[in-house]
Design a protein around this ligand. Structure first.
Ligand code: NAG
Length: 435
């Protein structure tokens, strides 16, 4: 694929910004233009975007009578294939299913996630679209978050649990005008889709579709991601609550951009059409985002402490042990797993807690964690640390046996328990709290 040198500027029309400002910087990339044929709803405001030639234009438009954002589910005509673009731009190791494992820069990418801005392609994660007029009530019944409390344009994390509140996966949900879009882990997408379909009763007006193949998903993370958004004229999202999302169009195809980068509260997520994914990737890199592959992303996940299915999330652990308090509503009424959750809280039944573990050497997930020869927990994830000589893990520790700062043993390795950002942000509920 030939490298295209299309003059680029992003611009965005918003309710408050009447003129689209083009960035004067000369950057390689694509042309985001507002699509006049496609109307995007956005809240209740009504405004029209201007098309600017040879500008990468992120546009929003809105009309109360407009149809909801629609991703074209037919094979897209791709102008800049994402994988080809990523190869051109440094992708080194690509798995059989097309996941870039590394750009050969894992250390720099992780540094960027802490001090700068990194971009990662999570297109292999699952995207499930739930439609039909009973969709809110349905997901309200099937997962832990309070969907009825959310309005269009808002989002949340919610947890899929078993009837006994054992964890299946965390989903990041966007409540759109006529659909709720869920981002789930690659390994759970299929089982969650099937499970949801199984729970649709005869009279329920709910449809479930797996739109993973028809969409791409990027995450921008790190303290400088706000700057990238400002540069792209997407500054209206900066500072909005986690999960807030808005619709734009790029080259006439839809892009939904939300606040939060799945494993960190800073950053942004983008749901976009494969037709423009390559161009957008290039644009983000040209604005200083450091590409991050799946290996570095997994390390970052472990450092952040976001539980993952097959590791921290399984039939072995319940949602409160996993510490996912922010995703759990106690007073929204009945839902799957709710009785168990209520009982766990009422009777102080949460027996273990997830911690980060700083390690001086590698350790094997699944290994027992001990103190004074007694088993107190289990290691669930392991990753090479921020530098090659550091190591980091996640593990469940029995309550009242240890707390942050304490030393534990994994085999012969002495680890130190630490709090991790994703879990530190969670606010435990008590019997009396309302959520
Ligand atoms: C949700 O649960 C309520 C109460 O259990 C039930 O009446 C309702 O039919 C359910 N709705 C859907 C769409 O699952």
């Amino acid at each position: 694929m030939a490298t295209m040198a299309i003059p680029l500027c992003f611009s965005l029309s918003t309710v408050t910004t009447t003129t689209s400002t083009c960035i004067t910087r000369k950057l390689p990339c694509c042309s985001f233009s507002s699509s006049s044929s496609r109307q995007f709803h956005y809240f209740h405001s009504q405004f029209q975007t201007k098309t600017q030639k040879s500008c990468l234009l992120f546009s929003t438009s809105s009309s109360s009578s407009s149809s909801p954002i629609e991703f074209d589910l037919s094979p897209p005509s791709i102008d800049l294939d994402l994988l080809e673009t990523m190869k051109e731009l440094g992708a080194e190791k690509i798995s059989e299913d097309g996941v870039v494992e590394t750009f050969g820069n894992d250390h720099d990418a992780i540094q960027a996630a802490y001090n700068g801005v990194a971009v990662v392609d999570l297109s292999h994660f699952g995207r499930i679209r739930v439609t039909g007029e009973d969709r809110v009530q349905f997901l309200h019944n099937q997962t832990t978050a309070n969907f009825e409390a959310l309005s269009e344009g808002q989002g949340c994390d919610t947890v899929f649990v078993t009837p006994t509140a054992r964890t299946i996966d965390i989903a990041h949900a966007w409540v759109m005008k006529s659909a709720i879009t869920l981002l789930v882990s690659p390994i759970t997408c299929r089982s969650i889709t099937e499970m949801l379909m199984k729970y649709i009763f005869f009279a329920d007006k709910v449809e479930i579709s797996d739109i993973t193949k028809q969409t791409c998903f990027f995450v921008l993370t790190g303290p400088k991601s706000n700057q990238v958004m400002e540069d792209l004229n997407l500054g209206e999202l900066v500072g909005q609550p986690y999960g807030t999302h808005r619709h734009y169009s790029v080259n006439g195809t839809p892009v939904t951009i939300g606040v939060g980068s799945v494993i960190a509260e800073d950053g942004f997520s983008m749901l976009l059409s494969p037709a423009t994914a390559g161009s957008v990737w290039k644009t983000l890199l040209s604005h200083g985002a450091v590409p991050m592959g799946a290996t570095a992303w997994e390390r970052f996940r472990v450092f952040q402490g976001r539980p993952a299915p097959g590791k921290e999330l399984s039939d072995e652990f319940n949602v409160l042990e996993a510490g996912l308090w922010n995703a759990v509503s106690l007073n929204k009424g009945c839902y799957k797993g709710q009785e168990t959750i209520s009982r766990l809280i009422t009777y102080d039944g949460v027996k273990q807690k997830l911690y980060g573990i700083e390690l001086p050497a590698p350790a094997e997930p699944g290994s027992p964690i001990t103190i004074d020869g007694k088993k107190v927990g289990k290691l669930t994830s392991y990753a090479v640390g921020k530098t090659e000589s550091e190591h980091f893990g996640l593990g469940y520790i029995k309550k009242r046996t240890a707390s942050a700062g304490d030393k534990v043993l994994i085999g012969d390795t002495v680890g130190t328990l630490v709090e991790v950002p994703y879990l530190a942000r969670q606010t435990p509920l008590t019997k009396s709290s309302t959520a």
